[in-house]
Design a protein around this ligand. Structure first.
Ligand code: ATP
Ligand code: MG
Length: 417
C-alpha cells in the first residue's frame, strides 16, 4: 500500500564521497517517532568536498541517480527532502539572553522573546542562522529550568545553541537539489541527524561524543543533559587514510580505496602476521604482495592521529571528563575493523560504533551501517516533525518561490533536542 504523502519523509546526505538518499514513512508518535525504511539510493561522487559544492553538474547528476534509485526501491515519488549540512563553514556556539517578565507568570511569548534576544547576535559576514536550539533557562537566576512556561518570576534568561552556516554554501547545495528536480524542505546539521539515528536517550542525557569519520572531514559533537552542546569539524578523514595507502604501497587512488575496504584494519593486533594480499602493479613493477600488518600500520597511524585531534577538540571544549557514556563512532570510517579498539585506547573511554536500527522498520538491512547514520537520522528528524504536525510532506511539490516563503531556513528546535 502506498503511504499517504503527508507521512512520507525523504532525506539527502551530500557527502564528500557519496550522495545517499533515504525514503521512509513516518511511524510511531511524538514520544517515540520512527521510520519505516522504504528505499535507499547511494551514488559515489566527487562533486562535494566537506559540505561545499565543487561541481554543480556532477553533484546534480549524483542526486538525480540516488533519488531515482531510492524512489524505484520505495515505489513512491517524492518532491521535497531534508538535506544534511556539515563542514568547516558550519559553526556552533552558545549565546545568552535576558528579558524581564511583565505578567504575573512566564508565558509562551516571554520564552519566544528571550530566545530571540539570545539569537540576536552578529553571525559574521555572509553567514546565516541555521538552527537555534534552546538549552537551559534561568528564572530569577535559578538555573536548570527546562520549561519556564507558567512559572512565577521577573527575570528570564536563556542559553541558546546557535548553528550558523555560510549562505553561499547553502545556496549552492540548494541549487543542486533543485536542478535535480527536488526542493529542500529544511537543511539540518548532520550531527543532529546522526544523533537521532544512533544515540540512546540515556547516552544523550549522561554525556557522550559523536565522532563521525567521513571521507572529507571528521565531525565531533557533544551531547549532554539531552542536548547538543558542542560541534566542530576537523580537516582530516578517510581520504587522508586512502592517500597514505597510495604513497605507502605505491598504488593508484582507486586501488588504495579498494584495498582499504577489503583488507584494511585500524588495529595491528587484529591482523595475523603472515596475512598477505596481492597488489595491483604496473608492467614495470611486476607481481607484488603486501603484508596486511603493513596496511594496518599505515591506516592505524593516520586514524590514531585523527582520533587524537578529536580528543583534543573534546578537551578544548571542556568535555573530556564529562562523557560517562563515551564515544559513538559513525561515518564510513567507523566501518574499519579495529577502529573501536583503537578509539578505546585513544580516548580511554567506552567506545562503540553507531549503527542505525532503533525505531526503524521496513528495509532496515539497507541502512544499518554507520555510514548511513546521517541519511537515516534526517528521516527520523522528519518523522518527528510529522508527529508534531509541522512537516512539509515529502510527496507534495511546490514551486521554489512558495517554498522559500513557507519554510524559513532557521527554525527553533525547541521540541527537538
Ligand atoms: N569498510 C570500510 N573500511 C574502511 N574505510 C571505509 C569503509 N567503508 C567506508 N570507508 C571510508 O569511509 C569514508 C566515507 O565515509 P562517509 O560515506 O561517511 O563520508 P562522506 O559522507 O561521503 O564524506 P563527508 O561526511 O566527510 O563529507 C571513505 O574514506 C571510505 O574509504
Ligand atoms: Mg558525511
Amino acid at each position: 500500500m502506498i503511504p499517504p504523502s503527508t507521512r512520507l519523509v525523504a532525506a539527502l546526505d551530500l557527502g564528500s564521497t557519496k550522495v545517499a538518499a533515504v525514503i521512509g514513512e513516518a511511524t510511531g508518535d511524538i514520544r517515540s517517532p520512527g521510520v519505516k525504511i522504504l528505499g535507499v539510493g547511494l551514488e559515489r561522487t566527487p562533486g562535494i568536498r566537506r559540505g561545499v559544492v565543487r561541481d554543480i553538474e556532477e553533484t546534480t547528476r549524483a542526486i538525480t541517480k540516488a533519488m531515482k534509485d531510492a524512489q524505484l526501491m520505495a515505489g513512491v515519488e517524492v518532491g521535497t527532502v531534508y538535506c544534511g549540512v556539515a563542514g568547516e563553514h558550519v559553526a556552533g556556539r552558545s549565546s545568552h539572553g535576558v528579558v524581564s517578565v511583565t505578567g504575573a507568570e512566564i508565558r509562551t511569548a516571554d520564552v519566544a522573546r528571550v530566545n530571540d534576544v539570545a539569537s540576536n547576535v552578529s553571525y559574521g559576514r555572509d553567514h546565516e542562522l541555521l538552527h537555534a536550539i534552546p538549552q537551559d533557562y534561568l528564572v530569577d537566576q535559578q538555573a536548570d529550568v527546562t520549561d519556564p512556561i507558567g512559572m512565577t518570576g521577573s527575570r528570564l534568561e536563556a542559553e541558546v545553541y546557535l548553528v550558523t552556516v555560510l549562505s553561499s554554501a547553502l545556496q549552492n547545495l540548494r541549487k543542486c537539489v533543485e536542478r535535480a528536480g527536488y526542493h529542500v524542505g529544511e537543511f539540518v546539521l548532520e550531527p543532529l541527524g546522526s544523533s537521532l539515528a544512533t544515540l540512546t536517550p540515556d547516552e544523550r542525557d549522561l554525556g557522550c561524543a559523536l565522532v563521525e569519520l567521513g571521507g572529507g572531514s571528521t565531525h565531533v559533537s557533544v551531547f549532554h543533559g539531552g542536548k547538543i552542546r558542542h560541534s566542530a569539524s576537523l580537516m582530516f578523514a578517510g581520504s587522508h587514510v586512502t592517500n597514505d595507502i597510495v604513497h605507502g604501497l605505491q598504488v593508484t587512488q582507486l586501488d588504495a580505496e579498494r584495498i582499504k575496504h577489503r583488507f584494511g584494519a585500524a588495529y595491528e593486533p587484529l591482523v595475523a602476521e603472515e596475512d598477505t594480499f596481492e597488489l595491483q602493479s604496473t608492467p614495470g613493477q611486476g607481481p607484488r604482495v603486501a603484508h596486511r600488518r603493513v596496511l594496518a600500520h599505515i591506516m592505524r597511524m593516520r586514524l590514531q592521529e585523527i582520533l587524537e585531534l578529536a580528543a583534543d577538540e573534546l578537551s578544548r571544549a571542556g568535555y573530556q571528563q564529562r562523557l560517562p557514556a563515551g564515544i559513538i563512532l559513525t561515518g564510513g570510517g567507523a566501518q574499519t575493523p579495529g577502529i573501536v579498539e583503537l578509539a578505546r585506547e585513544v580516548f580511554a573511554l567506552p567506545v562503540r560504533s553507531g549503527e542505525p536500527g532503533e525505531n526503524l522498520t521496513g528495509l532496515v538491512d539497507s541502512v544499518d551501517t554507520p555510514r548511513m547514520a546521517v541519511g537515516v537520522g534526517l528521516t527520523l528528524f522528519g518523522a518527528k516533525q510529522v508527529a508534531l504536525g509541522s512537516a512539509f510532506g515529502a510527496g507534495g511539490r511546490r514551486s521554489p518561490a512558495v517554498e522559500k516563503v513557507l519554510v524559513p531556513v532557521m527554525r527553533w528546535l525547541q521540541e527537538f533536542f
